[in-house]
Design a protein around this ligand. Structure first.
Ligand code: NAI
Ligand code: XUL
Ligand code: ZN
Length: 363
């Protein structure tokens, strides 16, 4: 068999992956660029689609290429591309908004209802040899930021957006539920924003050990007691007085959200980032009587990617430590299984290599 054009990892249905050859994307606009994808991280959201076929209103109804945390090298540029040239190393912002609606015009393009986002049904993702995007969504990496780090810019931008939504101020106490990549990056960004206490909460002891070494000032393993009981112990063990200033949920788990509301001080801020069950029991009276600020946080918007790259380039946030393993493209399924087994932090999948094209075709 001759060379494949664009080998891609396709989620055909729940738990069913297949490698397929897809056409190389055509540049649709003079400002588009074609990227040779070099590294792609696996996100908790990819795992949700793989295992459950949905996140909220986004439901897998036909086969979809997974992956949206990618870096790559510019392979081809449209006739009006001025900011990039062939060979540039870039981090991909993998969602194209309509650019015309009020949200887009107001800088909150993450809320655009016409967003075409990689690996969010029905749009194909980046786990392919090639991917195409408008030039302004490809961020040139500084010389001291590697392509591996470039693939982590996407989840770091999610964390930057979460911490900005939380309005973390110097001296704040911040409790982060979930010590997966998103929660860990939230800890690191909160610290970079000057938080005095950053408490990481998870049900996996190994993740807490990692969090403590990485960016958390302390950790908390919830017990088999009520959410209010866990919140009380969390407050006590961390000398939080009347409660934490800020809670970020990066777990999507109901007990975390409940404990998060209970651990906040009056007037504190709760930001939801984790996505899991669509509906949960929520301690609404505590939120009411403490006059909490309860917000959501979805992906990223104006300035988040630039700040994320700046945090890496300046050494304020180290993303290299999060990368557990990089597997070859043809081993992508194993990478998903490793993530599901909970034995890694961030798994990267290398882009299709020239000499691997034949091998992928036989899988
Ligand atoms: N809001 C947004 O824009 C985005 C949201 N996400 C979501 O954020 C979440 C986190 O993503 P990743 O870090 O990649 O996933 P992950 O699955 O690696 O991390 C989730 C962590 O939550 C922990 N957890 C589960 N139940 C818990 C409980 N009861 N208490 C405390 N911790 C608990 C797990 O042990 C795990 O370490 C996912 O739900 C993902 O879909 C991801 C990207 C963007
Ligand atoms: O994981 C992310 C972004 O990093 C989610 O927003 C998914 O795009 C939802 O489909
Ligand atoms: Zn993601």
């Amino acid at each position: 068999m001759g060379d494949l054009q664009n080998p891609s990892l396709v989620l055909k249905d729940i738990l069913q992956f297949e490698f397929e050859d897809r056409p190389v994307p055509k540049l649709q606009d003079e400002h588009d660029v074609l990227i040779r994808v070099k590294f792609t991280g696996i996100c908790g959201s990819d795992v949700h689609y793989w295992q459950r076929g949905r996140i909220g209103q986004f439901v897998l109804e036909s086969p979809m290429v997974l992956g949206h945390e990618s870096s790559g090298i510019v392979e081809k540029v449209g006739s009006k591309v001025a900011s990039l040239k062939v060979g540039d190393h870039v981090a991909l912002e993998p969602g194209v908004p309509c650019r015309r609606c009020n949200f887009c015009k107001g800088g909150k393009y993450n809320l655009c209802s016409d967003m075409a986002f990689a690996a969010t049904p029905p749009y194909d993702g980046t786990l392919a040899k090639y991917y195409s995007l408008p030039e302004d969504l490809c961020y040139k990496l500084p010389h001291n930021v590697s392509l591996e780090e470039g693939a982590v810019v996407e989840p770091l931008s999610v964390a930057v957006h979460l911490v900005r939504q939380a309005e973390v101020q110097p001296g704040n106490s911040v409790v982060v539920f979930g010590a997966g990549p998103i929660g860990l990056l939230c800890c690191a960004v909160a610290k970079a924003f000057g938080a005095a206490k950053v408490i990481s909460v998870d049900i996996q002891q190994n993740r807490l050990e990692f969090a403590r070494k990485y960016a958390a000032t302390s950790t908390f393993l919830p017990g088999k007691v009520s959410a209010a009981g866990n919140a009380a112990r969390l407050r006590e063990e961390n000398a939080l007085g009347e409660g934490a200033d800020i809670v970020i949920d990066a777990s999507g788990a109901e007990p975390s959200i409940q404990a998060g509301i209970h651990v906040l001080r009056a007037g504190g801020t709760f930001v939801q980032g984790g996505m899991g069950k669509e509906e949960i029991n929520f301690p609404i009276t505590a939120a009411c009587t403490k006059e909490l600020h309860v917000k959501g946080s979805f992906r990223y918007a104006t300035g988040d990617y630039k700040l994320a790259i700046g945090l890496i380039a300046s050494g304020k946030v180290d993303v290299k430590q999060l990368i557990s393993e990089t597997v070859q493209f043809q081993d992508a399924k194993r990478a998903f299984e490793t993530v599901a087994a909970g034995s890694s932090i961030k798994m990267l999948i290398a882009g299709v290599q020239a000499n691997l094209t034949e091998q992928v075709s036989t899988i």
